[in-house]
Design a protein around this ligand. Structure first.
Ligand code: SF4
Ligand code: SF4
Length: 367
């Protein structure tokens, strides 16, 4: 990824290392609607208010003009983001109004036509934008369809993966969430995806306690053991270029790969006994936009809402640099806030001096 458009490398680096007052990456939940009903989902589908008040395209247009000059990536997610028919227009607003270089889409993979159409349209609209699709698959076909409660879902996920693989500047990756339901068979699931389905880009996350989901305590040991095995296997196969989660010929790809390896190690250290390792830059370099326009520093601190965009005439900058966020940043620092939330960890690693040498070494193939 070259930082060329509407911003400068020096501005972004200054923000990451010193001022830290503009987001570098945002997670935007464009909808809470979803055609699946996973048992571990954090969305409260029984609450009618869950689906009310989605930001309109015009509101998103206005908001994206106020995101500063450091934003490199937006993670468009949901719910199921392809449940919104105007998702292509939303992506175009980010491309036109912000300095993003990449878009990350998290999808349950149930709508291959919409995903393919999105990738084609967006990469034609802007030839430089890099698209990554994270397609969630957590189990064998029958079990996956049962857990997520959509018939034929596994098959559609695989279809989505292969259709996206053919599109320029588009990288699909299958993501396995290690949960209490799949931790006893994680090796078999991984080999099924890699050997039988020939999937050559596989990542993983560990299930988090969030919203209405709570991990059964007695399963925590098994979950982290499975996650340990899976991350080691993915790291080994990535280093041999058998798994191609990132382009190992590009500096950017090697940087992201190393960032994943560091992040997995940190998660393994913190999962059973949560403790502080390094400063979190949520509310500074990283933030979350909820479907109704509420802004949070991260997905975990639900009680630290910074405010709602509609109350500030859709001006994100006002909320990001508000007294509320200043108090939240102090709280995060003073309380030595810690968790295993991968999205925030990625940007904490990037902004932390102790990891930067390792990242640079990997970027330049020196490790
Ligand atoms: S696919 Fe994602 S958003 Fe939809 S129910 Fe499952 S976990 Fe929730
Ligand atoms: S450590 Fe986790 S919970 Fe705390 S601010 Fe960062 S992302 Fe949020």
């Amino acid at each position: 990824m070259m930082i060329v458009k509407k911003t400068s490398l020096s501005h972004v680096v200054k923000n990451i290392l010193f001022s830290r007052n503009e987001p570098v990456s945002l997670v935007h939940f464009i909808t809470n609607r979803c055609n699946a009903r996973c048992s571990f989902c954090f969305i409260d589908f029984d609450n009618k208010n869950t689906f009310k008040g989605e930001l309109s395209l015009d509101e998103i247009d206005k908001m994206t003009k106020t995101l500063g000059k450091s934003l490199l990536n937006v993670n468009i997610t949901g719910g199921e983001p392809f449940a919104r028919k105007d998702i292509i227009d939303i992506a175009k607003k980010y491309i036109d109004n912000t300095t993003i270089q990449s878009i990350y889409i998290t999808t349950n993979g149930s709508l291959p036509d919409r995903a393919e159409n999105f990738a084609k349209e967006v990469t034609n609209y802007n030839k430089d934008i890099e698209l990554t699709f994270q397609i969630s698959i957590d189990d064998f076909p029958k079990e996956h369809d049962t857990v997520r409660k959509i018939k034929g879902l596994f098959e559609n996920c695989i279809k989505t993966f292969w259709r996206l693989k053919k599109i320029r500047n588009t990288s699909p990756v299958v993501s396995i969430t290690v949960t209490h339901e799949n931790c006893d068979k994680i090796k078999e699931i991984f080999y099924y995806l890699h050997n039988d389905c020939k999937i050559d880009a596989i990542k993983c996350t560990v299930v988090r306690d969030e919203g209405v989901y709570k991990t059964p305590e007695e399963k925590r040991n098994k979950i982290i053991k499975a996650y340990d095995w899976l991350t080691n296997e993915i790291e080994k196969l990535s280093k041999k270029n058998i798994l191609l989660n990132y382009n190992s010929n590009s500096l950017q790809g090697r940087l992201h790969r190393k960032k994943d390896f560091i992040s997995w190690k940190l998660i393994k250290k913190m999962y059973l006994k949560p403790h502080y390792i390094s400063m979190c830059f949520a509310g500074r370099l990283f933030g979350v936009i909820a479907a109704n326009g509420d802004i949070f520093p991260c997905e975990i601190l639900e009680d630290k809402k910074l405010g709602n965009l509609r109350d500030k005439d859709m001006d994100f900058h006002q909320l990001w640099n508000s007294k509320e966020n200043s108090d939240t940043r102090s709280f995060i620092k003073k309380s030595k806030c810690n968790c295993t939330y991968e999205c925030a960890l990625s940007y904490n690693i990037l902004g932390n001096y102790r990891y930067q040498l390792g990242l640079l070494k990997s970027a330049f193939n020196l490790d």
